[in-house]
Design a protein around this ligand. Structure first.
Ligand code: CAO
Length: 477
């Protein structure tokens, strides 16, 4: 009996992570919350702004994500300072490493642009020694983020109950395609979510089929929602001391971004949507929100207009908003000064039924100028316009390079490439974009420095095959 106890104690000792990584982040205020503005905050830092760590310094993420939705979430957290440990399948890794490959033998841009600032460890989660490492990670990390197909994490043996038992402070954050309900078991990709979340039915032209949008609102949009859920759960944990589950369904995330269309669904039951060009064209509305082409989603009519060069340049267009307070300035610019006082044009209500003709007249003017000339002239008099920027123009835009929104990164196997940096700019938490990790690049340092495994244990785990690709004959078997 005594021997058994000793062995158990020994096992527990060897399994424990290194001391310096064992602590869960907590605010010094957690014990004694006081009332009043800032009364419970720690002493104010005397270091210069940007020199006292990052917003999420001290937070460790077990990043079990793949493809796009999950990785966008953990990349944001990593930019904000979290230590993101990406767990990948030995030999293969995140499937995107090998998708849309442009440089033979190198990780694809699909992967590199979604996995900056992370560390990579390879673990076969279905191998007992692999599970040993995963459990050690669960005990050490603050958050587990995953976007496997429904049930996959449970099938690995990592149920919420088990994780919560191993580490009651751990936050378990998931992206799934659908929330609980008839579709909860479905696998979901970007465009499935765009369709199921209401975006596709409201995008495109009335006469045409539903359209998906180029913005990855299903994947990246949901990753963004999940990141907010995680940060909020970390904040709540400072008070409660315990972890919780955070779930964002892609359908829900897309719908949240389409809320103005659910607004219009309720308005349509009360009468026509007068700001839709369909109304000014005299086309009756059906029972649900129609596709509205390039109509503005708000109360200010807008449309995309041709600019000089449109015949050969597919992006020589500008979005033009006929905002009521600048109507007079618009009339002066386009050479229709009488419209300022003509009762047929002077008020938004009078203009509504003739919007198509009004935009056609404005377009006669925009077609005489480049989109940048229109931008300059309009901004001078506060008319909101948006040039249609091509990806080439965005990639070459000096101001975006200056702010770190577009960044050049060097990578050991693919060389230099461009990526989108952190769009969230914080004065005391400055993001640097670090290249994505090679597959399993940090396996040893995570085993030793993070988890505190001894050399003989590392050898035992490695020799078991839990961290390496299955041998060819095993694969074939
Ligand atoms: N070691 C061993 N097995 C591993 C592993 C590892 N390190 N990592 C993953 N696996 C296994 C999983 O356990 C799972 O096995 P089982 O099905 O036997 O339980 C298997 O790999 C496949 O996982 P998956 O079903 O998540 O992957 P998929 O390619 O078949 O599906 C996707 C991909 C995205 C459709 C699915 O993961 C999904 O619906 N995710 C939720 C929604 C989502 O995030 N979609 C966005 C995708 S980006 O457009």
């Amino acid at each position: 009996m005594a021997k058994k106890k000793r062995t158990k104690a020994k096992q527990a000792k060897t399994k424990r992570p290194a001391k310096k990584f064992r602590k869960v982040v907590k605010l010094s205020s957690a014990k004694k919350p006081k009332k009043g503005n800032g009364a419970s905050l720690p002493k104010m830092s005397s270091k210069p702004f940007g020199k006292d760590g990052k917003a999420l310094t001290g937070v460790r993420i077990l990043d079990f994500t793949h493809v796009q939705s999950g990785p966008t979430c953990t990349q944001l957290l990593a930019w904000l300072g979290a230590d993101c440990i990406k767990v990948e399948r030995p030999g293969a890794g995140d499937i995107t490493r090998g998708q849309l490959v442009d440089v033979k033998g190198a990780d694809s841009l699909y992967f590199t642009m979604l996995n900056h600032n992370k560390r990579s460890i390879t673990i076969d989660s279905k191998h007992p020694q692999g599970m040993r490492v995963l459990e050690a990670l669960v005990k050490t990390c603050d958050v587990l983020v995953e976007n496997f197909a429904p049930g996959a994490l449970d099938r690995m043996g990592l149920t919420w109950e088990r994780i919560h038992k191993l580490n009651p402070r751990m936050i378990v954050a998931s992206v799934k395609g659908f929330g609980p309900g008839p579709y909860e078991d479905c696998k979901v990709y970007e465009n499935v979510a765009q369709c199921a979340g209401g975006s596709a039915s409201t995008t495109g032209f009335r006469e045409g089929p539903p359209l998906v949008t180029g913005a990855q609102i299903g994947d990246s949009g949901t990753g963004l929602h999940l990141a907010l859920g995680i940060v909020s759960a970390l904040y709540q944990r400072n008070r409660t001391g315990r972890g919780q589950k955070v779930l964002t369904a892609m359908q829900d995330g897309v719908l949240n971004l389409c809320r103005v269309k659910l607004r219009d669904q309720q308005r349509i039951e009360k009468g026509p949507l007068t700001e839709y060009s369909q109304h000014s064209e005299g086309v009756p509305f059906g029972v649900s929100v129609p596709r509205a082409g390039n109509d503005s989603g708000g109360g200010q009519p807008g449309w995309i207009l041709k600019c000089k060069g449109w015949e050969s340049d597919p992006d020589a267009y500008i979005y033009f908003i006929t905002q009521a307070p600048v109507w007079q300035a618009i009339c002066d610019l386009i050479g229709e000064p009488t419209w300022k006082t003509d009762p047929e044009y002077a008020t938004p209500r009078a203009r509504l039924p003739k919007l198509k003709a009004i935009f056609a007249r404005i377009e006669q003017w925009t077609m005489t100028k480049t989109k940048f000339e229109v931008m300059k002239l309009c901004n001078h008099v506060d008319i909101p316009v948006g040039p249609i920027l091509s990806m080439k123009e965005i990639a070459e835009e000096p101001s975006l390079r200056k702010t770190g929104t577009v960044v050049e990164v060097d990578h050991p196997t693919r060389g230099k490439y461009l990526t989108v940096g952190n769009p969230i700019k914080m004065s005391d938490s400055i993001s640097e974009v670090k290249r994505s990790p090679l597959l399993g690049e940090h396996t040893d340092e995570i085993l030793i420095d993070v988890l505190g495994f001894k050399a003989n244990e590392v050898a035992e785990i490695k020799n078991s095959g839990a961290l390496s690709a299955p041998k060819k004959e095993e694969k074939a078997a």
